[in-house]
Design a protein around this ligand. Sequence first.
Ligand SMILES: Cc1cc2nc3c(=O)[nH]c(=O)nc-3n(C[C@H](O)[C@H](O)[C@H](O)COP(=O)(O)OP(=O)(O)OC[C@H]3O[C@@H](n4cnc5c(N)ncnc54)[C@H](O)[C@@H]3O)c2cc1C
Length: 372
Amino acid sequence: MDVIVLGGGLMGTASAYFLGRRGARVTLIERNRIGTGATIASFGNIRRTGRHLAQLPLAHRSLRLWGEAEKMLGRDVEFRATGHIRLIFDEGSLADMRTYAEAARLWGLELDELGPREIRVRFPGLGPEAIAASFSPHDGSGNPRLIAPAFAEAARKLGAEIIEDAQIETIGHAGSGFVVATSKGAFAAECLLNAAGAWGARIAAGFGEEVPLDARGPQMGVTEPLPHRILPVVGIWTRDKDYGAYLRQVERGNIVFGGAAERVSVDLDPGHATADPIRLPVQLRAVARLLPAIARVAVIRTWSGCEGYVRDMLPVMGSSATTPGLFHAIGFCGHGFQLGPGVGDVMAELIMTDRCETPLEDFRIDRFSRAA
Ligand SMILES: Cc1cc2nc3c(=O)[nH]c(=O)nc-3n(C[C@H](O)[C@H](O)[C@H](O)COP(=O)(O)OP(=O)(O)OC[C@H]3O[C@@H](n4cnc5c(N)ncnc54)[C@H](O)[C@@H]3O)c2cc1C
């Protein structure tokens, strides 16, 4: 089977790789360079805690693949299963965590509850005022700069054609399939996978499928390097979004952080999300609650990225409801990095076998029109 994949972020490149493994002839078309959309901007959190429950089967499948990534792709993409701790500072948030943990257990996610003493002994320097925490030992982080190029390269080795810097002129559909005309030539295939991230709603609209998607930019920052001490990814359970920060320390010592600040609207043309220095103090105040030592280090860079946020904060994944042979994997609402390898595997399974072991019902593209 021939498949055109539109978009060379994590979702498009992972799909190209897994499609190749299942014997598809793949052409991946990226209008910029591989991995330079939302993927490269990611914080790199490979976290299952706090996910919508119906997303957990996909998240588990993806975590297994992150664990195999180095062997599978022949390259260290810096996946480290360091664990994911979420600190708790008030009783209401403790109750929220326990409710979530109980429900998530039924979906195969085990969260340990840590008391204040255990936090101090196991993770010195974190959240001195925390009253408890959840800990997910098998989660961790990966390197957002490495993963999409690694999938693209592995897909290429399986025979995929990877085309970068191609401006899309038209996307046509006739009885036998799709023709995509670009500045680098025209390409035809029986199937088309829309993996164009925040821009993917426009492609869906071209086939009469409306997705209520906003392009927004979450803001990230990184400090100068410090001696490496903080192993897990650190987050928080809180109802107060001004304190909803997270951080991790990379092995080179820098502390990467995000959250707390509002995500700003991004214009899809050209789709460059920029960090706003005014929002930095709000973020740092929230990060300091998790790691007071942040107050003594310099922030050396801030950035943002253009991500697609769907109204119900769930992605759109699966077959088109209007056009046979068309598939979508878009709108990952700021949490697609963890899901990426699983999304690629699932989309390849669906396209090649017309079925999928992992439930995708909640992510159907026609859920909005059906609800209306
Ligand atoms: C700042 C930030 C931090 C994040 N942190 C995390 C995190 O810690 N953990 C987590 O799980 N998730 C995180 N995310 C979310 C995660 O990064 C994204 O969900 C994921 O990378 C989306 O991948 P994608 O392939 O769908 O999109 P993208 O990486 O944006 O790729 C889409 C690609 O499609 C291309 N394109 C667009 N239109 C066309 C077209 N017409 N034809 C061809 N190509 C086209 C674009 O150029 C782009 O390269 C974060 C996102 C941001 C922005």
